[in-house]
Design a protein around this ligand. Structure first.
Ligand code: CAO
Length: 439
């Protein structure tokens, strides 16, 4: 007998109360295993909840705007065939809480739980609450009540929906509310210069580009839009200063090349040496391994390093966890794995959360220096450019040395210039003489 089982939100890392922004199926739809049922969107990533098995959707347990976490029931699905039924748990016998992560499906007695499919709203219907509805009481405060198109609109304008008061029934936020919020913000900024509040920005230039020549319009990727909004916020809100330095990596390179000859299992690039040197510097200067939380600095005792990876769809920052506990070869292997995962769009939110400090390496491409944008709530980021052989004065003569340019952007609210100069000097010394990493 076919059974109805729950499709649950799988392990989504440290994310909680993530809004459902899209329903991908309707009641009655046939779904294959791993087909997306709903799209969730946190401030950093978008993820689909996959169907844990093939079957027919009997009931949707979420609607647009609902906030879900790992283990939340998204749909009830009638599993296909006997094989599925046999694999499922006995329907009536168990009444356990939803499984945590590895088993995103749980058997439910058909008759007891499933309501007639016809009574359910279809996935693409607009959800107008049938009775008086207050977003404040039904949705957690952290999830503003707004449609996906309004969310996209707000994101494009850099508006935090949590600050917008919804004018529609139940506190639902309409596009007009977002527009009014922006107008008020601009007016406040214009009139607020006496108090110093607001960015006091003039409107974005509106240009008819086609008037000047042929053009083509290309939509931004989802990653471009998400990272763009984050970068704009971080650039506007964090007082950035960038400290530049150079590390003599002549000996490091000799050692790296030898490592490459001795073993062919993994490619060892300068980046893994940088990860080790950064960890040592974070241990030496804990304020760089911290986040601002109101009036407090949260100092982290763990060392999770974010690595900016360039993908065809835009920039993503997967995190290498516990980098202090890993050697150069293990780091190289993990770096290769996360780069492939990033470029194949297979990174989940868990892969991109919990970072303490980020490294953005453009060394394989070129350039002499740049000003990386801090990945909030981190307080510093290291940019790395291309190493070049240059003449260095050793006191009596110029000798050729391989110099690696370092660009450290830091949050000046947390770190002062002297600390930043010490941090990059420490990094440079450690990379010049790797034995220092053992101290
Ligand atoms: N100086 C000189 N050569 C360098 C170097 C440096 N600083 N860093 C790397 N290289 C060399 C490597 O040794 C490798 O050389 P070979 O192929 O001859 O061995 C080559 O450059 C390519 O390296 P890579 O880029 O494949 O590997 P990586 O470990 O240095 O970097 C990754 C991996 C994922 C970080 C990188 O591919 C990437 O995506 N970088 C872009 C990050 C980015 O976009 N940052 C910008 C953020 S702001 O918009």
């Amino acid at each position: 007998m076919a059974q109805i089982k729950q499709a649950l939100v799988p392990d989504i890392g440290d994310y909680h109360d993530v809004p459902v922004i899209e329903l991908l199926v309707q009641v009655g739809d046939r779904v294959s295993k791993d087909q997306g049922l709903a799209t969730l969107e946190s401030d950093k990533a978008t993820m689909e909840v996959p169907a844990p098995f093939a079957g027919t959707v009997r009931e949707l347990k979420v609607k647009l705007g609902d906030a879900v976490s790992e283990g939340s029931v998204v749909a009830l699905i009638e599993a296909d065939g006997d094989a599925q039924a046999a694999a499922a748990e006995p329907a009536a016998a168990k009444a356990e809480p939803p499984p945590k992560s590895d088993a995103p499906a749980k058997t439910e007695p058909v008759a007891a739980k499933a309501e007639p499919a016809a009574a359910q709203p279809t996935a693409r219907e607009t959800h107008t609450p049938p009775v008086a509805f207050s977003a404040d009481t039904v949705l957690p405060a952290s999830v503003p009540y707004a449609s996906p198109s309004v969310r996209v609109f707000a994101r494009e304008l850099g508006v935090d929906l949590a600050q917008v008061k919804g004018g529609e029934r139940g506190g639902r936020i309409a596009k007009a509310d977002v527009q009014a919020f922006v107008k008020a913000a601009l007016a406040g900024a214009a009139g607020g210069s006496a108090t110093g509040g607001g960015l006091n920005l003039i409107a974005w230039p509106k240009v008819d580009f086609a008037k000047f020549g042929e053009i083509e319009r290309r939509p931004l990727s989802r990653i471009n839009k998400l990272s763009g909004a984050n970068l704009a916020r971080n650039w506007a809100m964090i007082p950035h200063v960038t400290q530049f330095d150079e590390a003599d990596i002549t000996e490091m390179e000799t050692f790296r090349k030898r490592l490459g000859e001795e073993q062919k299992e993994v490619k060892v690039t300068p980046l893994v040496f940088l990860i080790k040197a950064v960890v040592a510097a974070l241990q030496q200067y804990p304020a760089f391994n911290a986040s601002l939380d109101g009036d407090e600095l949260v100092l982290k005792k763990y060392f999770h390093i974010g690595i900016a990876v360039d993908t065809p769809d835009g920039l993503v920052v997967p995190v290498i966890r516990n980098a202090d506990q890993k050697g150069l070869l293990a780091l190289s292997k993990e770096l290769a794995e996360i780069s492939v995962k990033a470029r194949e769009k297979k990174l989940g939110p868990a892969d991109m959360s919990g970072g303490c400090f980020s490294i953005s390496s453009l060394g394989g491409i070129g350039g002499t220096a740049f000003t990386p944008i801090i990945n909030a709530p981190e307080v510093a980021i290291l940019g790395v450019s291309k190493a070049q052989t240059k003449p260095l004065w050793n006191g009596t003569e110029f000798i050729p040395r391989l110099l690696l340019p370092l660009s450290l952007s830091y949050d000046h609210r947390v770190i002062d210039g002297a600390a930043a100069a010490r941090f990059t000097a420490f990094l440079a010394r450690a990379l010049t003489d790797l034995r220092r990493l053992l101290l």
